[in-house]
Design a protein around this ligand. Structure first.
Ligand code: HGY
Ligand code: MN
Ligand code: MN
Length: 600
């Protein structure tokens, strides 16, 4: 019989503790202390209370908790002395069916891990989808984490312990994050489309208007129709736009969405989560035959990452009327122009001006996105509310020195383009550090046609400079570009520089930020407000309409632009729930009903 919140809140302390038995391996003290916070308004609130007990516990108690766990495929499994929960989890992950090689590998990893860290390796083997990791994935995680710093690894073990407890709590409440599972699965399906050279290696790369990109567009159109969108179109720049009509004709619509292109060898959730979460909300409304008073327009933006062509955010800029026709002449690495790529994809640039949205016809823009950073992961919070998106500047630089013999040219006679670039890189790194919250990155650095025995005559590099305000961003850029000139003078090299992106910092609109805060609060979760270091389509829409974003926790310290990018179907479900609350609250507001109070 599934546990209910009412039952848990009404039980005696002893009964309640028994109802939560086994959540944390051999560690009832956590539930016992958390239960002092009853009554709980939601399972998420209970879960956060449990997490807080561990977070606030002294280090030795945290270590004891970790050490209370069995090894994976370890002695306890062999002797069948695992707790019922661990036995269930390890058997579901196939750890009871290891091949001799796998079993030996796991024993060796267990030993090496314990020798290095002094506690057992903890992994939520039910995985981010809750259905279980494969043995290969478990061994790969084991091998990867063996290289971590001890302090980080201890935190990673605690995060996995909380994930194990979360799944066990779901089991006790008979709770299934069903839409979270479906959203998770849709990411897996869309990730099947990847470009040659990456696909064969199991890597995800989808850049603007490639065949893989067009396959994604086709799948997204199908997903939008399946969800119940009344209109689905592929627009002139390749955006997939789904519209779920409202009940009040002529009322401004709510715009939402995110991008479906990726960086090279990127993650599966960057951008795409902000498409599938609102689609899940449309699916709910459609299944209930329910209409919001306003239309909901979901845009799967075709290009945000600026990978194939220099132009970045070009898809959302088309919607804000800031598409620059000169971009059409830009060429990709194979010399294909953007215009040609559009023609090959059957897209007509003549249709682009018509994509500009009239802000008067929209209430605003909301975007759901993975955090792409460590904050929520470290706080053990599934959701965060964005306060502002950092402003950014991007440049392409070519430094020209003199190619000459590596063996005969004395060190004081060189105009070494790569050495100049290296000096600039280190300066930019140090200068950004000075601000504390600025960032500077040289993401691409190459010596075209270089040779091992030739002093580099040319060096190409990119600069990505960001800061919470435009003023701070511009000061950083002025110093970095000034240093480039000084380095060039000193080293007798020349340089050409092209600004390829200038995106202003985008503070969240207070009313829309408050809507997200109310939604997160309504789920019984703490409201954590935070800036976005990453750029998003929301910063483009910001130029013509109010916007605010919701962040979803990433696994693996929130790593992103990396195949390790991950989030759980449980957190995806909470993002769907939060957006659902925002949509229904907005419907009530637009119908003249008072909004719920904004949390502190
Ligand atoms: O680079 C960014 O911040 C975004 O992922 N395009
Ligand atoms: Mn990205
Ligand atoms: Mn993104």
């Amino acid at each position: 019989m599934a546990l209910t919140l009412a039952q848990l809140n009404a039980a005696t302390a002893r009964e309640a503790l028994a109802l939560l038995d086994g959540l944390y391996e051999h560690s009832p003290w956590i539930a016992e202390r958390a239960l002092a916070g009853r009554p709980f308004a939601s399972m998420q609130q209970l879960q956060h209370a449990l997490v807080q007990q561990v977070t606030q516990a002294p280090p030795e108690a945290q270590l004891a908790l970790i050490r209370a766990h069995p090894e994976l495929a370890g002695k306890a499994m062999v002797r069948r002395t695992l707790t019922p929960e661990s036995s269930n989890e390890q058997s579901r992950a196939g750890l009871t069916d290891c091949s001799p090689e796998e079993f030996d590998r796991l024993q060796a990893l267990n030993q090496a891990y314990k020798d290095k860290f002094g506690f057992p390796f903890i992994l939520a083997v039910r995985g981010p989808r809750g259905t279980g990791l494969t043995r290969q994935q478990i061994i790969a995680a084991f091998e990867r984490r063996l290289h971590h710093h001890p302090a980080f690894e201890k935190s990673e073990c605690l995060r996995n312990i909380h994930r194990i407890a979360e799944i066990r709590l779901h089991d006790k409440f008979g709770y299934t994050p069903q839409q979270g599972h479906e959203v998770w699965d849709r990411h897996e399906s869309l990730a099947r489309h990847s470009e040659p050279g990456f696909r064969e290696r199991g890597q995800l790369t989808v850049t603007y208007l490639t065949e893989a990109h067009r396959a994604c567009a086709a799948e997204l159109q199908q997903r939008m129709r399946e969800a119940g969108c009344d209109e689905v179109v592929l627009d002139a720049v390749g955006n997939v736009v789904g519209r779920y009509h409202g009940s009040r004709a002529g009322m401004p619509a709510l715009l939402t969405g995110s991008h479906y292109d990726t960086v090279r060898n990127g993650g599966r959730y960057d951008g795409r989560l902000g498409i599938f979460v609102p689609l899940a909300c449309v699916q709910n409304l459609h299944a209930q035959g329910r209409r919001l008073p306003y239309a909901l327009e979901i845009v799967a933006f075709a290009e945000e990452e600026g990978q194939r062509f220099k132009a970045t955010f070009l898809a959302s800029r088309a919607l804000t009327g800031r598409y620059d026709p000169e971009w059409l002449a830009q060429q990709d690495a194979q010399g294909v122009t953007l215009r040609q790529a559009m023609a090959d994809a059957g897209l007509d640039p003549a249709g682009i001006p018509g994509l500009a949205r009239d802000p008067a016809r929209y209430l605003g823009f909301v975007e759901v996105h993975i955090e792409q950073g460590p904050v929520l992961n470290e706080l053990n919070l599934p959701l965060g509310v964005v306060t502002s998106i950092n402003g950014s500047l991007r440049y392409q630089v070519e430094i020209q020195g003199v190619a000459c013999h590596a063996g005969t040219t004395p060190m004081d006679r060189r105009a070494d383009a790569a050495a100049a670039a290296a000096e600039l890189l280190l300066y930019a790194e140090g200068r950004a550090r000075q601000d504390g919250d600025s960032v500077a990155t040289v993401g691409q650095l190459q010596v075209p046609d270089g040779s091992i025995n030739v002093v580099p005559g040319r060096c190409r590099l990119t600069l990505d400079l960001r800061a919470p305000t435009d003023g701070q961003r511009d000061a950083l850029a002025a110093d970095v570009l000034g240093e480039l000139a000084r380095i060039a003078e000193r080293r007798q090299v020349r340089f050409e520089i092209e600004e390829t992106l200038r995106a202003s910092a985008a503070p969240s609109h207070p009313a829309w930020q408050a809507r997200w805060e109310r939604a997160v609060h309504r789920l019984g979760l703490p409201v954590h407000r935070m800036p976005s270091g990453a750029g998003h389509d929301a910063m483009t829409l910001h130029t013509i309409m109010p916007q605010a974003m919701l962040f979803v926790r990433g696994e693996h310290a929130g790593i992103s632009h990396n195949p390790l990018e991950s989030t759980t179907s449980s957190d995806m479900q909470l993002a769907v729930d939060a957006l659902q609350v925002l949509l229904l609250d907005l419907a009530a507001e637009t119908a003249g009903e008072p909004a719920a109070p904004t949390p502190g």
